[in-house]
Design a protein around this ligand. Structure first.
Ligand SMILES: [Ca+2]
Length: 259
């Protein structure tokens, strides 16, 4: 996840100018990266590792949630919540959930990489929040078939949304996307609001297309068993949003269909 987060940090350098930060005692500068079992990770719009313990608590509270407990983080990890960034969680503890071992993340270990209870609460990290009632925006999806839509659908989506849907079906299967409804603020290069499809488990590699406007995109089939969808909206003009269904397909059957 590190390249993804770094890319995001770079993307939001410009956004900082618009004055994100404390407003009425509440921190308004976090972004939503992933969510599973009510647990989600956020970092400051200023970039990675910018939140003190107090600010981290404010980020979760702003959305009506709380800091995740160790048990909640572990429950989310067990269904695929994998983030390579250390964040505050309950009682001033810091760590991050690792599902797949990697040399560059988690010291090659699997589980909650635990930095322990921090004595200095002014240290700056990301944060892990828990809110099972949070509005669905992205997340990790492992069901063989599911309908996904923009937050609040069929109502219009809101400004300043950032959603990542990570789809992972069984190894050996492929993901087929089928669009049911599509209406995203239209501009010629899709610079304002857009949906991007990545034939990959992150938005670093496998870029497969960017979409806006009100024309239904064609079905898209992944090459492997993973896919990432990224939806972003800017600070003005919304639209109806989208609804799509993904279906896990057996690779052998799929080849027959294509040929
Ligand atoms: Ca917009």
């Amino acid at each position: 996840m590190r390249p993804l987060i770094l890319a995001l940090a770079v993307c939001f350098v410009l956004k900082e100018v618009q004055g994100w930060g404390y407003k009425n005692g509440i921190l308004h500068n976090s972004i939503w990266l992933e969510q599973a079992a009510g647990v989600y990770h956020r970092e400051s719009r200023k970039g990675r590792y910018q939140l003190t313990f107090k600010e981290a608590k404010a980020v979760c509270k702003y959305e009506g949630g709380n800091l995740a407990t160790y048990e909640q983080l572990e429950a989310a990890r067990q269904i695929g919540f994998h983030v390579c960034s250390a964040g505050w969680f309950d009682k001033g503890r810091v760590g991050y959930p690792i599902v797949k071992a990697g040399a560059n993340c988690g010291f090659g270990k699997i589980g909650i990489i635990d930095y322990g209870y921090r004595l200095n609460k002014s240290e700056r990290w990301d944060v892990y929040c828990y809110n099972p009632d949070a509005k669905e925006c992205g997340g990790v999806h492992t069901d063989p078939r599911k309908v996904l839509n923009t937050p609040g659908y069929p109502e219009e989506y809101q400004d300043e949304q950032i959603c990542y849907w990570h789809i992972r079906v069984q190894y050996g299967q492929r993901v087929r996307l089928h669009f049911l409804d599509f209406d995203i603020e239209d501009d010629t290069a899709c610079l304002s609001d857009y949906l991007e499809i990545y034939d990959s488990y992150d938005d670093v590699s496998g870029f497969a297309g960017r979409f806006c406007g009100d024309e239904l995109p064609e079905d898209f089939i992944s090459t492997g068993n993973v896919m990432t969808l990224k939806f972003m909206s800017d600070s003005s003009v919304t639209a109806g949003g989208f609804q799509l269904e993904y279906i896990a397909m057996d690779s052998d059957l799929l080849n027959e269909t294509i040929i």
